[in-house]
Each structure stands twice: as C-alpha cells, then as structure tokens.
Design a binder for this molecule. Structure first.
Ligand code: G4P
Length: 287
C-alpha cells in the first residue's frame, strides 16, 4: 500500500491564531464552525472548542453538493445525538442557508431573552465563522451577506484586521481571525485533506496521493470510478496498475507507449475535487 510521508503543519502560526481567536472570543456569542461535508472530522480543528472557550457552537457541513447525501444525513444525525446543532449547506446553490439565522437564534435563545429583558432586543447576535482553509468560509460569508457585502464598521477594541459582516435578521459575522490550520497529526487526516485540496499538492508526491485516493475510493465507490474511466476488468489490480489503466483510457502515453502516470494522477485528483465521479464522502461517523 502506498504511503504518504508525514505532512508537517505549522505550530508557530497556530499559536498566533489561537491568541487571535482567544482575543476575539469575548466579542462573540457563538461560533459557526464550517467543515467540509465530505470529511467532516478531518476538516475540523479539534482545538477550536478550547480556543473558543466553549461558546455555543453551530456546525455547517459545507460543500454538501459534492458529498454523498446518505453520508451527510448520517453526519447530521451524529451531531444531533451529540447535542450539537448542524446544518448541511452548499455555497454554490444556497442550500441550507435559510436555516442559518433561525438556527443561530435558537442556539442563543437565552441570550436573546436576556437582551430583550434589558430592552436591547434589537442588538445583533455576534457569530464567529471559523474553519480551516478552503472549507468555504469566504464563500459562505459572501453568499449569506448578499450582494451588498455590507461590512460592519470597525469597532473599538477589535483586533485590527478583524472583519465583521452584517446578515439580515440581526446577526453580525466575524471572519476567523488568523489562519486556523488543520491538525493532521494522523496520517489519514492529512491524506483526506490532501484529496479534497485543503493541503497544497506541491508538498506531496502526486502519484502516491492518487494511488491512496484510489485505495480509499475503490471499496465504496468502484462503480463511480469504473463508469467515469470506462474500466471493465479491475479485479485484482493494485492502485498503481489502476492508475495506469486510467491513464491509458485517457490516452496519456509517453514515448514507446509508456503510460504517463503522473499526468493521470493530476487528472484523477482534479476530477475528484471537481466531483466528476459524483457525490462522494470520505468519512462516516463512528457508530
Ligand atoms: P475559505 O475561505 O475557507 O478558504 O474557502 P473559500 O470560500 O475560498 O472556498 C474554497 C473553494 O471551495 C473555492 O473554490 C470555492 O468556490 C469552493 N466552495 C466553497 N463552498 C462550496 C460549496 O458549497 N460547494 C462547492 N462545490 N464548492 C464550494 P476555488 O476552486 O478555490 O475557487 P472557485 O472555483 O470558486 O473559483
């Protein structure tokens, strides 16, 4: 089986982000954590709850247009069982967006009641949008804020660079301060983030990555792969041979009829990231 070398992450940057998040936490009422619906566990940063001082949390399973709907359903049930509100959203079509404001109000019903009591019922609820790079934070903010991209004025005491946005319905959103790096101490987590494009390819061996993707997909989604690349007899092929077959089917040949497996690997990863094999999830919740 192919192995991906250990992927390094950046503890220095993370320390800075932790500090920035901790500083901003006093300004907010809740955290909306955006994860990639195809890898809801691997795309979370497990330190976020500690960083956010256990503020009420809403999980947005974004890119649900690319995820397996059955898997997304299981994830929603999983979070519900854990008492965490989760919504499946898609920033391309806007699926799930209507649920956002009511979900935040529901999550913060005590705070809303307290504000009303003090005669401050009109005060906006403040929510930090957090998530590792590439999960769709900017896309979410742009879409929910709407065409106007109304930015809330700078506030005193707010770290410079903190960006606030107003959402209709009485919510102000704060974009994640700093960069919340993924935490991939576990090789599998690193791989899954690389498959979805959350980690840049240039630090990885692209052929190994493509082989690992095939090894991950074949047990569950072999029909999708075979259909996409018109493969018929894949029984007993290892991932390198399979990558070669895919390259051959696409006519990716070098001199003397050799298959260009590097080109095939790049194409395979690109096509996976563009959901060309259909809606695929790489993780299911533990039972
Ligand atoms: P970030 O702020 O968390 O780093 O993520 P960002 O919004 O920049 O989104 C990263 C990529 O994911 C973008 O693609 C964006 O279009 C895509 N994306 C975000 N949300 C969704 C979604 O719900 N569904 C799908 N299918 N894609 C989503 P990109 O290739 O970097 O840019 P582009 O294709 O938009 O030009």
């Amino acid at each position: 089986m192919a192995e991906i070398q250990d992927i390094q992450w950046f503890p220095g940057h993370m320390t800075k982000t932790k500090r920035q998040i901790k500083e901003s936490i006093k300004l907010i009422d809740a955290v909306a954590e955006i994860v990639d619906a195809r890898v809801p566990m691997s795309s979370r940063n497990p330190d976020l709850s500690e960083m956010s001082n256990n503020k009420p949390r809403l999980i947005l399973l974004n890119k649900c247009d690319m995820a397996d709907p059955n898997a997304t359903k299981k994830w929603l049930e999983y979070f519900e069982k854990k008492g965490i509100k989760a919504i499946a959203v898609d920033c391309k079509s806007g699926t799930g967006f209507k649920q956002f404001v009511p979900a935040v109000k529901d999550l913060l019903s005590d705070r809303l009641a307290a504000l009303k009591e003090k005669g401050m019922g009109g005060k906006a609820l403040r929510v930090m949008v957090a998530g590792i790079p590439n999960v769709g934070k900017s896309s979410f903010i742009n879409k929910i804020v709407g065409g106007t991209k109304a930015k809330v004025e700078d506030r005193p005491g707010v770290t410079r660079g903190n960006q606030w946005f107003s959402v209709q319905g009485g919510i102000d959103l704060l974009d994640t301060p700093g960069v919340l790096w993924p935490k991939f101490d576990d090789k599998i987590v690193g791989e899954r983030l690389a498959f979805t494009g959350a980690i840049r390819d240039n630090i990885l061996d692209i052929e190994l990555l493509a082989m690992r993707l095939l090894e991950t997909l074949m047990p569950l989604y072999s029909d999708n792969i075979c259909e996409r690349y018109k493969l018929t007899d894949v029984e007993g092929l290892d991932s390198y041979d399979l990558l070669g077959e895919i390259g051959r089917k696409r006519g990716m040949l070098m001199g003397r009829g050799e298959i260009d497996t590097e080109r095939a690997a790049i194409m395979l990863l690109d096509e996976f990231r563009a959901a060309k094999f259909g809606r695929i999830s790489l993780e299911l919740p533990e039972k």
